[in-house]
Design a binder for this molecule. Sequence first.
Ligand code: NAP
Length: 252
Amino acid sequence: MLNMFSLEGKVAIVTGCNTGLGQGMALALAKAGAKVVGVNRTNPVETAELIKEAGGEFLNVMADVSSSETPSRVLDETIITFGRVDVLVNNAGIIRRNDAIDFTEKDWDDVMDVNLKSVFFLSQAFAKQVIKQGSSGSIVNIASMLSYQGGIRVPSYTASKSGILGLTRLLANEWAKDGINVNAIAPGYMATNNTEALRNDESRSAEILGRIPAGRWGEPDDVAGPVVFLSSDASRYVNGYTLAVDGGWLAR
Ligand code: NAP
């Protein structure tokens, strides 16, 4: 039974894995047997060490995901080094906070480019390669509670993550026939750089913690099991779905 969860022989790309959830997921995929390709703008020294210690193989491609040259370069370097690709985890993401009334065009464009546009074009390059290989593939997008809720003071983040939920469904519809499953993970409130400002704000932090049924912020390790499941044969008939990993936040 557990063989269904094995990623032995598979190659997985993870964007933004030098820290946070991306690091946790890259390590989890490696521990499940995948060779991992990181796409980072900051050298992922610690991630490379952790994967090596776990006995895995890791290649880093230094790139900004919002550059239009990145998708073809990532796929080229992956194929040159590992010869194939099976999994894509679109994790890299940024957030900008300001009142909607003062929100700038730059804060809109920067977030949409990284969180939504790059996800579409990297997914497209990945799908072309999987179709060329004649194999099957899994895409796991990283959504958010703000794929379901409005949030406050994060207009471009909410728009991008709500877009991720819809894009996940559309790509699943189009690529299921090609053997590519497209799902998403919607993390709840997780202790990473992304939420540092929130966690440093005492009253917001207490408010959030008080609403999480699990009674704690999530950790990168909490997305390990879900990403391995969605990348493996165990989830082969799961398609177009966004799975909340939120300690019960949405159930409240
Ligand atoms: P994080 O620690 O800030 O990690 C974000 C990652 O994305 C970092 O590796 C970052 O690299 C990378 N990145 C950002 N812009 C990039 C670019 N242009 N090119 C390449 N890499 C880029 O935050 P995190 O919480 O782990 O976030 C991971 C994902 O989970 C994001 O999509 C985020 O929106 C989502 N998420 C997080 C939470 C949460 O509570 N933490 C909740 C819901 C969803 P640098 O280190 O170089 O900036």
